[in-house]
Design a protein around this ligand. Structure first.
Ligand code: FES
Ligand code: FES
Length: 159
């Protein structure tokens, strides 16, 4: 049995140890935000955060996740109360088909923890492993910067 922390909650996993984390998330734990794109670690649709770092969950066996902290798009906010990044993506209309967006958001989340005031080059480098077939890259960049400004204003307000 594998135990992991998923969006702040301890969960037991009963899937076979070599099952990709993506399948465990979607099929056993019923979180469908992470998407299956290529299944080969090449598109980023399946990206989640493990201990704060982006990983391709389609090529990550769940046996490596024992005791680890996993965050999916469902852990960034809700439909009723979107988190700052989600709100910024909505405001900038950064999603077209939306298939890539969960991965984009999670990689952007990891970036903003590391670089609170990212420039275009920082965002491009951080999101480089993520593919968007719809070509909404410029809106995504604007959305990440908008979220950074929101977070910075919130931090100022509590100083
Ligand atoms: S589905 Fe995992 S990288 Fe494409
Ligand atoms: S919004 Fe469609 S793949 Fe990115």
């Amino acid at each position: 049995m594998i135990t992991l922390t998923l969006n702040g909650e301890e969960r037991l996993v009963t899937s076979e140890p070599d099952t990709p984390l993506l399948y465990v998330l979607r099929d056993e734990l019923e979180l469908n935000g992470a998407k299956f794109g290529c299944g080969l670690g090449q598109c980023g649709a399946c990206t989640v955060l493990v201990d704060g770092e982006p990983v391709f969950s389609c090529v990550t066996p769940v046996m490596l996740m024992n005791g680890r902290d996993i965050r999916t798009i469902e852990g960034l906010g809700t439909i009723a109360a979107p988190g700052p990044l989600q709100a910024a993506f909505i405001e900038e209309q950064a999603a077209q088909c939306g298939y890539c967006i969960a991965g984009m958001l999670l990689r952007a989340q990891a970036l903003l923890v590391r670089v609170p005031d990212p420039q275009d080059d920082d965002i491009l480098a951080a999101l480089e492993p993520q593919l968007c077939r719809c070509g909404t890259h410029m809106r995504i960049i604007r959305a990440v910067k908008r979220a950074a400004r929101t977070l910075s204003r919130a931090a100022e307000a509590v100083r």
